[in-house]
Design a protein around this ligand. Structure first.
Ligand code: HEC
Ligand code: HEC
Length: 172
């Protein structure tokens, strides 16, 4: 676990340096490509199958968009098809719950993903978003606070739009 944290910190330090430009004296940039840049070279060993599970604490960075790193041109293990963070109505991550994806607003579930003990949900499985936009709903333990996005999403990068006080949130 300590090894994991320090590797992530080392990566973040690199990113911070890169975003400062790391310019050399003649003004040309020597920065390594940032996550998301098509020239970012990803280690194929990172393409593992992962999915959040109830009670798991393997994830991190609640509230941040996961996809810049957990994708084809990023450094995170597993290319996520859908990922984000579920909060209660006061904005705190909830420690249990479920994300459901469906083709119709209250249609049968195409896929479900469990919220982990840190409030994050993520998976590398095909949830159907490649093919079409889908309706999503979230609920806490035993269906508490269930709420649905009023229109379908074409992106599984939930935290990309749901940032800060607009986080994915349960009803009070
Ligand atoms: C800044 C890049 C970055 C962002 C943003 C990011 N991750 Fe990660 N993530 C990593 C890296 C790098 C590792 C590997 C850490 C290690 O093993 O030392 C990792 C590891 C993980 C792991 C462990 C995978 C395993 O089983 O080996 C999970 C789960 C995870 N991240 C989930 C998430 C979730 C969920 C989010 C969004 C809320 C997220 N990450 C956002 C870079 C990122
Ligand atoms: C492209 C931006 C975008 C993406 C990606 C996105 N959403 Fe939304 N979502 C919105 C907007 C805009 C609303 C409407 C907010 C409002 O009505 O105030 C919304 C509303 C919601 C709501 C209704 C409650 C609320 O917060 O208003 C839920 C639940 C929700 N989204 C969950 C998700 C989940 C889960 C994902 C990932 C699968 C996701 N969203 C991806 C933009 C997005």
């Amino acid at each position: 676990m300590i090894r994991s944290t320090s590797a992530l910190l080392a990566f973040c330090t690199l990113t911070a340096m890169a975003s400062l430009g790391c310019a050399s004296n003649d003004g040309t940039s020597t920065a390594a490509p940032l996550p998301g840049d098509p020239t970012f070279v990803r280690d194929p060993a990172l393409d593992v199958t992962v999915e959040s599970a109830a009670g798991s604490t393997k994830s991190h960075s609640q509230g941040q968009s996961c996809m810049p790193c957990h994708q084809a041109h990023g450094p995170g293990p597993g290319r996520f098809t859908v990922a984000g963070t579920l909060h209660d109505s006061s904005g705190k991550p909830v420690t249990a719950g479920t994300l459901t994806l469906s083709a119709a607003p209250s249609g049968p579930a195409l896929a479900t993903v469990s919220v982990d003990a840190l409030g994050n949900f993520y998976t590398t499985k095909d949830v159907g978003l490649d093919a079409k936009s889908l309706f999503v709903s979230v609920e806490g333990a035993n269906g508490a606070g269930k709420t649905a996005m009023p229109f379908p999403t074409m992106s599984g990068a939930c935290n990309h739009c749901h940032t800060g006080s607009a986080g994915v949130m349960l009803k009070p």
